[in-house]
Ligand binder design. Structure first.
Ligand SMILES: Cc1ncc(C[n+]2csc(CCOP(=O)(O)OP(=O)(O)O)c2C)c(N)n1
Ligand SMILES: [Mg+2]
Length: 329
């Protein structure tokens, strides 16, 4: 499976993952220093899912996300400076400082934003897929959500309607084994989430969410099927977040999970795995890696400087852009 991905393709996936990793590490530091003060949910450990899925998408496809959205935003091509400025709630941010870390949006990049209501993005993605169909477009809607989101009734309603109408939507469940502090087994009777697809007569598949090549290939098949009018797929990507639910700490010292569990997943780091594979294929030398790291660091620091120097939204604008008046098109 792995052999079919070219070194150039893999290098792109790896660079996307490394960008997400370094950005999240930097944001974590800035949260610790209280420079960023909005709730910030870090994606470290899950990078292969966003990178692998979004590498299959066209600019005209849409990605619906959730509170843990930075990886999806970067992988879909969202602007880094606008994301960091949004984390600083500045007027130059990706929601003009109205949303913070949880709600960056860049509609022109196929990033319509992410709702605060858990699972709220699923019906939005289904609605977008219906709109694409009615408008005769060949776009696909992809929605990322966690294991916890499958506990909401609207998850089941969304799968049902998408299947009934064979809509061009792909459901990407990032099963990182926890919803806030709660392990999946403590709140779900059936922890094999992909099996829920069968109830709605759509394909369901569980894959290694830390293997970027596997994610790329399997999501590629699902996206191509949706684009061809074959309807939705539920893809369950097994992964793990290294930090706690929100903020930079690991939660280990709070007794929410064990150091041994965290260590075991850190040993399966998706970024390191991609790097090893790339080196095996002769697609990355140490000097090239150093150059990629340097570029990423420069881009991130430029974004932080941009965010720091940007103004906060004007008090007078507090109520603008929070409600759409008139007819929606
Ligand atoms: C309807 C609703 N209930 C509860 C919350 C609070 N909440 C935010 S994220 C979250 C857990 C999400 O877990 P999961 O879907 O597994 O995503 P993860 O954080 O693991 O990426 C909860 C309970 C919410 N935002 N909306
Ligand atoms: Mg989860």
């Amino acid at each position: 499976m792995v052999n079919n991905t070219s070194p150039e393709g893999l290098r792109k996936l790896y660079t996307t993952m490394l960008t997400i990793r370094r950005l999240e590490e930097r944001l974590g530091e800035l949260v610790e220093q209280r420079e960023i003060q909005c709730p910030t949910h870090l994606y470290i450990g899950q990078e292969a899912v966003a990178a692998g899925v979004c590498a299959n998408l066209k600019p005209t496809d849409w990605v619906f996300s959730n509170h843990r959205n930075h990886g999806h935003y970067i992988a879909k091509g969202g602007d880094l400076k606008a994301l960091v400025a949004e984390c600083y709630v500045k007027s130059t941010g990706a929601s003009r400082g109205r949303g913070g870390s949880m709600h960056p949006a860049q509609p022109e990049m196929g990033l319509p934003g992410s709702p605060a209501i858990l699972s709220g993005s699923l019906p939005l993605a289904v609605g977008a897929a219906l709109a694409f169909r009615l408008q005769g477009k060949d776009s696909v809607a992809v929605v990322f959500f966690g294991d916890g989101a499958t506990n909401e009734g609207v998850f089941y309603e969304s799968l049902n309607l998408a299947s009934l109408k064979k809509l061009p939507v792909v459901f990407i469940c990032e099963n990182n084994l926890y919803a806030t502090h709660m392990p999946v087994g403590a709140c779900l009777a059936n922890t094999e989430l992909y099996r829920k697809a069968a109830a709605f007569c759509i394909p369901g598949l569980r894959i290694d969410g830390n293997n970027v090549v596997e994610v790329y290939k399997e999501s590629g098949k699902a996206i191509a099927a949706a684009r061809r009018g074959r309807g939705p797929t539920l893809l369950e990507c097994m992964t793990y977040r290294w930090r706690g639910h929100v903020g930079p700490s690991t939660d280990v010292d709070r007794g929410l999970r064990s150091q041994a569990e965290l260590d075991a997943w850190m040993a399966r780091c998706p970024v390191d795995a991609a790097e090893r594979l790339l080196k095996e294929k002769g697609g990355l030398t140490d000097a090239e890696k150093a150059a990629i790291e340097e570029n990423i660091a420069a881009e991130i620091e430029a974004a932080v400087t941009f965010a720091r120097r940007s103004p906060y939204p004007d008090d007078k604008e507090l109520l603008t852009d929070v409600f759409k008046e008139g007819k929606c098109r």
